[in-house]
Write a new protein. Structure first.
Length: 426
């Protein structure tokens, strides 16, 4: 009898999740209302039904922006970085039981988690972009979310968030003064889903959730609008690949005289030099196009960038261990090279001297500027730098070398190429 109990699968959904959810909604009510000037749609208990919830992804707080609408717990598909964080990860798992997924990788275990939650009667929420908006525009959404919606046979709720990027861009540490909104844009019943093709479902998802916060007519106020913008920009329209520094409301190229200023309507104005972009979203898109046209052998002999970083080894779903606090990293067209800051100091055996891009399964950016490197043999490394560290360029180089132009940050909603990697393993 005891052995049979041990073999019985543990439930995903627990009573404590509802207790934490109700307490969290009370706390979020005041924080989101006062701190974020957030306006949201409310559902009563009578209106609530089990559902698959899909939302665009603008900020690190989106799980709260979406969740406060619903009177019962919602189980989010979330990055494994949240779980692989020692005590904090275990605490989040105990409180909310997120469904972990490895970013930028096909992950069948995430699908199994979704199916378990649905089977136990829970609602699941997914941000189908797989990543926060990097420059204000909704990114690419994998077509396989339509397959998942059809497969689950529960209502599909499309939740639309607006103003989150304008208020707190992913790359910025400072919050700006403006309002944000969240509401249910559309509900599609299971019977309706059954009669639609996956292409039709996908088109509805994309059309409903795609937006650009620069087009929202928001007027924002801040004295730090350009600070940390160098975390996502590394290509100057005049001098090509370089670096930038943002200070106050202005960003300046470190190579040439180009300097631009953020306006209250989220546009960019050239102070010195010429800027062919209206805002950082257009700039970011042009940067993606630049890297896709870059000679893949341009930096085989000399590095494109050299900087100092910290390296962490990630034990998936358990913990993250720092293996070196001061490493010199060199970015080449086909590889990364690590060396100690002190030439006489040898590298630890835990630190790879060279990481060739053809050895990597994928690379992604987490949080504001953390680089994640995934290997086929399940090894995972996290690379962090100082406050100005730009992780985007590393991910772009890996994607360019592997010809996987459909990275989570390209923002190509229409691209359907042969490298359209599977989402959630569906």
């Amino acid at each position: 009898m005891a052995e049979a109990r041990r073999k019985k699968k543990k439930k995903w959904i627990h009573f404590r999740h509802n207790v934490v959810w109700q307490i969290g909604r009370v706390v979020c009510f005041f924080v989101l209302k006062i701190r974020c000037h957030y306006h949201w749609q409310k559902l009563s208990r009578k209106e609530y039904r089990q559902a698959l919830i899909l939302s665009n992804h603008q900020t690190v707080f989106d799980q709260f922006f979406v969740g406060i609408t619903f009177p019962r717990p919602v189980y989010y598909v979330a990055s494994e970085a949240i779980i692989s964080n020692g005590f904090k990860g275990r605490f989040v798992t105990w409180c909310a039981a997120p469904i972990p997924i490895k970013k930028a990788k096909s992950d069948t275990t995430a699908v199994a988690g979704i199916l378990r939650v649905v089977k136990e009667g829970g609602s699941v929420a997914i941000f189908p972009e797989g990543n926060q908006s990097m420059a204000g525009k909704t990114g690419y959404m994998k077509k396989t979310v339509a397959s998942l919606a059809k497969r689950l046979k529960i209502p599909l709720i499309l939740y639309r968030l607006e103003g989150g990027y304008a208020q707190k861009p992913r790359w910025c540490d400072h919050r700006r003064k403006c309002s944000t909104r969240g509401s249910i844009a559309r509900v599609i019943e299971p019977e309706e889903l059954a009669g639609m093709s996956e292409d039709e479902i996908y088109r509805i998802i994309v059309d409903t959730l795609t937006l650009d916060d620069h087009d929202g007519g928001q007027i924002v106020r801040s004295r730090h609008m350009a600070e940390q913008l160098e975390r996502i920009l590394y290509v100057c329209p005049k001098c090509g690949m370089t670096s930038f520094i943002g200070k106050g409301n202005r960003i300046k190229c470190n190579t040439c005289s180009l300097e631009a200023e953020f306006q209250s309507d989220l546009s960019l104005r050239a102070v010195t030099g010429e800027l062919p972009y209206k805002n950082e979203c257009e700039w970011f898109d042009a940067q993606q196009e630049y890297i896709r046209k870059l000679d893949r052998e341009a930096f085989l002999e000399r590095p494109a960038y050299v900087e100092t970083v910290s390296l962490h080894r990630v034990v998936l779903y358990e913990k993250t261990v720092c293996v070196a606090k001061q490493l010199r990293i060199s970015l080449y067209s086909d590889r990364l090279e690590f060396a100690t800051a002190d030439p006489e100091e040898s590298l630890s055996v835990e630190i790879p001297r060279v990481i060739r891009f053809d050895e990597l399964e994928s690379a992604s950016v987490q949080y504001a500027n953390t680089l994640m490197l995934y290997f086929d043999d399940l090894r995972t490394f996290r690379v962090t730098g100082d406050t100005h560290f730009n992780a985007v360029k590393y991910m772009d180089f890996v994607s360019h070398y592997q010809k996987q132009y459909l990275s989570v940050l390209t923002g190509l909603p229409e691209y359907q190429g042969e490298n359209d990697m599977e989402f959630l393993g569906v």
